[in-house]
Design a protein around this ligand. Structure first.
Ligand SMILES: [Zn+2]
Length: 244
């Protein structure tokens, strides 16, 4: 669907993303019917990944009023993903909900959500890659769901992206501030039965050493996510791994 892929280096336990305009598929066929046979956990991984691709576009921009049209499209995508996910939780064979979800996910990943968003922000994806690097059983969507609230908190406490976080919190979750965004998102994950902490994600106690290892792998990538516009992203990552 998009122009990106991931390559894993097992020796470094590191996943690297690759991008090229030549990697866009000429045709993509997404059949909603096939997804209804997937386990619920795997379905939620898809909801969360699509949600996060939209959020990473939205939170790249400091002044969201500058990008009102794409912002409004993206908020609608997030609302559709939640609405479809809630319906599918009740009835996995709800074809209309499934079809709406795959269309929203397509728009989330095919770069529509990133128009005018300066390429979006891949920082939450970079925080997730080391998780699956140290344990291949960790699914991408579940890792993103754990990483995002911690990343929002690490930024929110520094006064970064407050206007953006507040608007997403209000318009998607009916709450306020970066705290409202974190609470709204984690309440949704819990409703869908997904992990919200590293301990839940890995199924064991993730102590300081484990979290330090995640940070070390994160730092292997020279550019650790351009979310923070040069404001010491490694420190933000360190805090984020502590908060998860
Ligand atoms: Zn992803």
């Amino acid at each position: 669907m998009n122009h990106a892929g991931v390559i894993q280096d097992d020796s470094q336990k590191k996943k690297f993303s690759v991008y090229s305009i030549h990697c866009f598929p000429k045709v993509s066929i997404v059949d909603p019917k096939l997804q209804s046979f997937l386990p619920w956990y795997q379905q939620v991984n898809g909801f969360v990944d699509a949600f996060m691709h939209v959020c990473e576009s939205l939170t790249r921009i400091e002044d969201i009023d500058e990008v009102e049209t794409t912002y409004a499209i993206n908020i609608s995508l997030l609302q559709s993903i939640i609405k479809a996910g809630n319906k599918l939780q009740v009835n996995t064979n709800d074809h209309v909900a499934r079809a709406n979800f795959v269309w929203a996910a397509s728009c989330a990943l095919n770069q529509l959500s990133g128009i005018a968003m300066r390429g979006g922000c891949a920082a939450v994806h970079y925080l997730e890659y080391p998780m699956a690097g140290i344990d291949p059983k960790i699914s991408h969507g579940a890792g993103l769901g754990v990483a995002f609230p911690a990343f929002v908190r690490a930024n929110g406490e520094r006064g970064l992206r407050l206007k953006t976080y507040n608007r997403i919190a209000k318009e998607v979750f009916g709450r306020e501030g970066w705290q409202g965004l974190v609470e709204g998102f984690q309440t949704l994950l819990k409703k869908w039965g997904h992990p919200t902490t590293l301990n839940e994600l890995f199924g064991r106690n993730m102590d300081e050493k484990d979290r330090a290892q995640l940070l070390e792998i994160f730092k292997l990538r020279p550019r650790c996510g351009y979310y923070a516009d040069g404001r010491l992203p490694e420190e933000i990552a360190k805090d984020a791994y502590t908060y998860m």
